[in-house]
Each structure stands twice: as structure tokens, then as C-alpha cells.
Design a binder for this molecule. Structure first.
Ligand SMILES: Cc1ncc(COP(=O)(O)O)c(C=O)c1O
Length: 641
């Protein structure tokens, strides 16, 4: 009896155990498959990221914080590539000559800039970020801060000292048709609304014509006006999220969409951005993510990336070696955009073309026409304002909607005091009307092949002159490529400037050409460019050695960086260009201009450190600074008028 009772209790408890286990197993299976699915989706996303740091925003920000400032002393500055003494001396003398020449040429402009820089933060930033940081603090001000101009005439721009330079900066892309065109749009536009003044809220009737033009050009239904390209992008993304109910924005590696942190998850942004995926351009893995995830609201494309897919626009601050490259293939990029178009249509993802740069440049209908793909939403900016500040969003009625009929409190807010400013609307109208003209429409047909031919001719002349340079282009946007390894390519921007060629602060990576350049103008640009390059060559900056490759330059840079951050670790790394034993990190130095900041600056000195002076020289590499120039000229106040 007792035995029976025991057996049945045992069976019961076994049954219980057994039935509990089935439940547990079921839960485990469901959980595991859920987790596996999550993992699979996450893995697919990881695979679709570009392998570089640019593709990993959070890591790039973390690592950026670890990079400590260091610089090369006067002695090391000219020989960081291991150049021998005679080349070092050649460079030093060339540097001195160039500084004196620039100061002499533009003394008033530089002095004015120096003064202004103390109070204008943008100037401080742009001056600092023109060249790789280990070389920046030592540059004379003459090289970094002459940003003051007062006149344009055709393709040229004049500084305060009366120097005319060909403008290759394109006013950040605004200047498509030449400054005279925009001056006239602004003047005529102002006249047309002079009776109104800055009335905001109510619109001047001119707006209606602009709207019709933009609808026709974009192929879309509705328009909203904003004050900048950045704001247009903010609004486009906000509307895409609002009208799809989905969270994520997909952007492509290297693409710039303005300075809103919501589209800039990497370096430069202090906020954690958790609703943006930065994916690999022109990649099947990216298409896979787009076609499988349910949470993607929009894909944001800057069609300018066709010029350098997955890479930032070439800025001289990043010219550590000669690795800059572009890779424009119109057919391949058009095919890629079509694939993105198809997957977006299938998955109800909003395809946004950010045409703030490419709009009205690549064609009358911008990148949509150039690559033959229709977007769901388009942003415009820069040139469409006819020379005044602007941002535009255009899309379908459905996607532009800012409220829900059945949820009155569920709205998407977008305002902006200066939106649809009458002077901007009138100037824009001048722009949009004038570009309908036969002459401009004809220009649109011809301009790409004009620039292609000019660039071919440019390269022929560079080759004939045996210069280590090549020009690449996408339409009217050019880039300077350095064909031999060098640590000093960033110097070239200053030779160009001294020889009458104006660049934007990012330097030689992007030349933005206006359509009013004639062949004659451009031949003159080529001539001045070649003279500048010959001077740079003669001054020894492009000295070559068997040891000097892009790889050894990068290794040397890593060595320099690591030596500052982790001196012990540096013992295990190669220092391929400079003799390790002679390459000393000196103690920190007191810095007269930057007080506390200067205290932990590390200075590299490639040869003997001068024991008497303790550490490496803290002065700039020569003393032809514009401060000296300012003292010499004493014309500051007069110039300011
Ligand atoms: C593609 C693109 N989007 C957005 C912006 C931001 O425009 P803005 O500088 O007018 O704010 C830029 C500016 O360069 C741009 O090139």
C-alpha cells in the first residue's frame, strides 16, 4: 500500500516535472527564435555598415576623444617625412618666402582678419581646421585667416588689398551661374518687393509662381520654405517619420546633410543619436537591410556622394598622406539609385533626395534628372535662393501633411520666423524665371561636357609639366588628387592662394566651378595653378624617397599619435620615416596665446632638442605673422570701411 502510494506520488511529481519542462522548453524555443531573429537582423545591419570608422558613428566619436593634440617643433616641422637636411632647409626657406609674399600681398586683409578672428568663432574654427592638426598651430596667421573680401567681378574676387583671385570656392555651391547673375537677381528681386518690406506671416503674391516652378521642376505636389538647407533637411526627415510612423533614418557613409545633429551622428556632434543608421553606399547588404526591416522611415541621399561614395568630401585637414581619391561612375550610381528607389517603393520607405548642393547644378531638374530617378521628397537650398539664404522641401500631398484628420493633437510642427521672406521669394523668383531662358537651358545641355573637356586639358598640362597632381571631376565639381606620397600636400592650398586662386576653407579637395568660367578664364586658372605647383615642387615639399609611401606616412602618423597618448606602447610600433631615437617628445610648454590649453601640448622634435632652451621652440615656424604685418602697415582702421 505504502509502496503504491509512493509510486503514484512519484509519477505525479514526474508528470508535473515533465509538463513544466515542456512549457519551459516552449518558452525557451520562442525566446531563442526571437533572440536569434533579433540577432540576425542586427547582424544584417552590422554587415551593411561601412567597415571604416565613418560607418561606425559611436566608435568614431569615442575614438576622436582619445586623440590628443601634438605638434612638431620648428626643427621637426619640415622633416616629418624623414627628408634630409638640404631638403629641410629648402622647405624652410620656401616657407619663409611664401609667408613674406602673402603678408606683402594681402597685409591689410590679413590684419583685418586677425583682429576679427578673436571675436568670431567661425573664423577661429575654420582657421584651425585647414591643415592636419599637428601642423596647424605652427602655421603663420597669414596662411590661415585671410577671409575678407569686398568685390567680385565675373569669376574673380577681390580682397581688401585689391588683389583679384579666381574664385574656385563656388560660395559653398551657391554660385552656379556666376556672381553677376546673382547680383542682378538680388537687385531686381529687392526692387519687386520694395513696397512691402520685411513682412513675415502674410506672403507676397510672388510666392505662388515660385511654388509652381518648384512643383514642375521636382515633379512633386507641395512645397514648404525654410531658411537654410539644414532646416530643409530637418523638416524633410521629420515629415517622413511623422507620415510613416517609423523611427529610423538611413543615410550613407560620408554624406553631408547640414549640421543638424540628427543627420550627423559621428564626430562633430555631442548628442547620442539613436535613430539613424549610417550604411554602406552602393552595397547589396544595404539593400537587404532596406528590404527586410520594418522600422525605416526614410533613406536620405546626397547625390553628390556619387563623386566619392562612402567618403567625406576631400578636406585638407585630413590630408595626412596622398590617399585622397574620387570614384565617379554615373552609370553605376544611376543603377544604384534605381535599386534604392525600387526597394523604397516596395517597403513604403520615403526616398529623400537632398539636392541642397546638386539641385540646379547637375541639371535643370538637378540630380533627379541627371541620374534619372524620381524621389518621394526633395530638399533644395543654396542657389535656389538666387543668392539669398533659403531651404525648400517638396513632396507629395500625403507626405507633406502636418496633421492627422482623426487625431487633432497629433501634429508635426514646423515654423521659422523668416520662412518665405518676401525679399528671398522675389530673388528666388528672379532665379527661377531666368533659368527658364534659352541661354541657360542650352548651358544645362552643354556644361557637363565643357567641364569634362577642360579637366582633360588640365590633366594634359599637368602631365606635360610632370607634376604629381591630377584633377578629377563630377560635372562642374573638381577635386585635386595627389599622385605621389607626401606629408605636405596641405601646403598646396597656400601656394594656390599666393598665385591668385581662391579656395574655400576646406582647401583642395573640392573646387566648385561656376558656369560663367570661359575657356580663357579657365586656361588662366590652369596656368596659375601650374606655377603654384612648380613653386611647391621647387621648395622641396614633394621630395620623394624609397621609404616614403602612403602606408609609411600613415604608420608614422599613428606612431606619433600613440607616442603622445601611450608613450610605452610606442616602443613596440614602427616609426618608419623618422629615426625613433632622435624623435623626442618634449615636456609640455607654456603657450602664450592659449593659456591652459598649451600646458599639455606635446611637441615632437626630430633632431637634437636644444638643452639650453629646455624644450622645443614654442614660436610659430617663422615670425612673419600678420600681427607683425599689422604693426607694419598700421592701416587696419582705414581698411575696415
Ligand atoms: C547636401 C547638403 N545638404 C544640406 C546642407 C546644409 O545647408 P545649409 O548650409 O544651407 O544649412 C548642405 C550644405 O552644404 C549640403 O551640401
Amino acid at each position: 500500500m505504502l509502496l503504491l502510494l509512493k509510486t503514484s506520488t512519484l509519477e505525479n511529481s514526474m508528470e508535473e516535472t515533465y509538463s513544466l519542462s515542456v512549457l519551459q522548453i516552449a518558452v525557451i524555443i520562442v525566446l531563442a527564435s526571437y533572440l536569434l531573429n533579433k540577432l540576425r537582423i542586427r547582424l544584417a545591419l552590422s554587415k551593411a555598415k561601412h567597415p571604416s570608422l565613418r560607418g561606425h558613428s559611436k566608435w568614431s566619436r569615442r575614438l576622436a576623444k582619445q586623440v590628443k593634440f601634438f605638434e612638431y617643433s620648428n626643427k621637426a616641422y619640415f622633416s616629418t617625412d624623414g627628408a634630409p637636411a638640404e631638403i629641410t632647409q629648402q622647405r624652410q626657406q620656401g616657407f619663409q618666402r611664401l609667408t613674406q609674399r602673402m603678408v606683402k600681398q594681402s597685409a591689410n586683409t590679413i590684419a583685418f582678419s586677425v583682429n576679427l578672428q578673436a571675436s568670431v568663432s567661425d573664423l577661429q574654427f575654420t582657421s584651425k581646421y585647414r591643415v592636419p592638426f599637428p601642423f596647424s598651430r605652427q602655421l603663420p596667421e597669414a596662411f590661415t585667416v585671410s577671409n575678407i573680401v569686398k568685390k567680385t567681378k565675373g569669376t574673380q574676387i577681390q580682397d581688401l588689398d585689391g588683389n583679384w583671385r579666381y574664385d574656385l570656392s563656388g560660395a559653398y555651391g551657391v554660385n552656379v551661374f556666376g556672381y553677376e547673375f546673382y547680383k542682378s537677381c538680388i537687385a531686381q528681386g529687392n526692387k519687386r518687393v520694395d513696397d512691402l518690406g520685411p513682412v513675415l506671416g502674410p506672403y507676397h503674391p510672388i510666392i505662388a509662381d515660385n511654388v509652381e516652378h518648384i512643383k514642375a521642376i521636382s515633379g512633386l505636389d507641395e512645397v514648404s520654405f525654410h531658411m537654410s538647407g539644414t532646416e530643409a533637411v530637418m523638416q524633410a526627415v521629420r515629415l517622413a517619420r511623422y507620415n510613416t510612423g517609423k523611427k529610423y533614418l538611413v543615410r550613407f557613409c560620408g554624406a553631408y546633410h547640414g549640421w543638424w545633429d540628427g543627420v550627423q551622428p559621428g564626430v562633430g556632434n555631442q548628442r547620442d543619436v539613436n535613430d539613424v543608421y549610417t550604411l554602406n553606399d552602393q552595397s547589396e547588404k544595404t539593400l537587404h537591410v532596406l528590404s527586410t526591416r520594418k522600422d525605416i522611415a526614410c533613406v536620405l541621399i546626397n547625390p553628390l556622394q556619387a563623386f566619392h561614395p562612402n567618403a567625406d568630401s576631400g578636406s585638407d585637414v585630413g590630408l595626412i598622406a596622398s590617399g585622397r581619391a574620387t570614384n565617379f561612375d554615373k552609370t553605376a550610381y544611376s543603377a544604384w539609385l534605381q535599386k534604392v528607389r525600387d526597394v523604397c517603393t516596395k517597403r513604403d520607405i520615403v526616398l529623400i533626395f537632398d539636392e541642397v548642393f546638386t539641385g540646379f547644378r547637375l541639371g535643370y531638374r538637378g540630380a533627379q534628372e541627371y541620374f534619372n530617378v524620381q524621389a518621394d521628397m526633395v530638399t533644395y537650398g543654396k542657389t535656389i535662393g538666387g543668392g539669398l539664404p533659403i531651404g525648400v522641401v517638396t513632396s507629395s500631398h500625403k507626405l507633406m501633411k502636418r496633421y492627422k484628420e482623426k487625431q487633432p493633437a497629433h501634429v508635426s510642427l514646423a515654423r521659422g520666423t523668416f520662412n518665405s521672406h518676401p525679399y528671398v521669394m522675389a530673388t528666388m523668383n528672379e532665379f527661377l524665371t531666368r533659368i527658364q531662358g534659352k541661354d541657360i537651358q542650352l548651358k544645362y545641355q552643354q556644361i557637363e561636357s565643357v567641364w569634362d573637356k577642360r579637366v582633360t586639358h588640365f590633366n594634359d598640362r599637368l602631365q606635360a609639366a610632370s607634376l604629381p597632381l591630377k584633377i578629377t571631376n563630377m560635372h562642374s565639381i573638381l577635386s585635386i588628387i595627389y599622385t605621389k606620397p607626401s606629408r605636405y600636400n596641405w601646403m598646396f592650398q597656400f601656394y594656390l592662394r599666393a598665385n591668385g586662386l581662391e579656395l574655400s576653407w576646406i582647401g583642395t579637395g573640392r573646387l566648385i566651378m561656376s558656369f560663367d568660367f570661359t575657356d580663357e578664364d579657365f586656361n588662366q586658372v590652369i596656368t596659375q595653378f601650374i606655377i603654384a605647383a612648380q613653386q611647391m615642387l621647387a621648395d622641396g615639399w614633394w621630395w620623394q624617397s624609397r621609404n616614403l609611401t602612403n602606408q609609411t606616412i600613415k604608420q608614422q602618423f599613428v606612431y606619433d599619435m600613440v607616442s603622445v597618448r601611450f608613450p610605452l606602447l610606442a616602443n613596440f610600433l614602427p616609426s618608419p620615416l623618422v629615426n625613433k631615437n632622435n624623435f623626442l617628445i618634449t615636456k609640455s610648454i607654456a603657450n602664450s596665446n592659449t593659456s591652459n590649453e598649451g600646458k599639455d601640448i606635446k611637441v615632437f622634435d626630430s633632431v637634437n632638442v636644444d638643452k639650453k632652451n629646455g624644450s622645443a621652440d614654442n614660436n610659430r615656424v617663422n615670425d612673419c605673422t600678420p600681427n607683425t604685418a599689422a604693426k607694419r602697415t598700421k592701416t587696419m582702421s582705414k581698411v575696415s570701411q
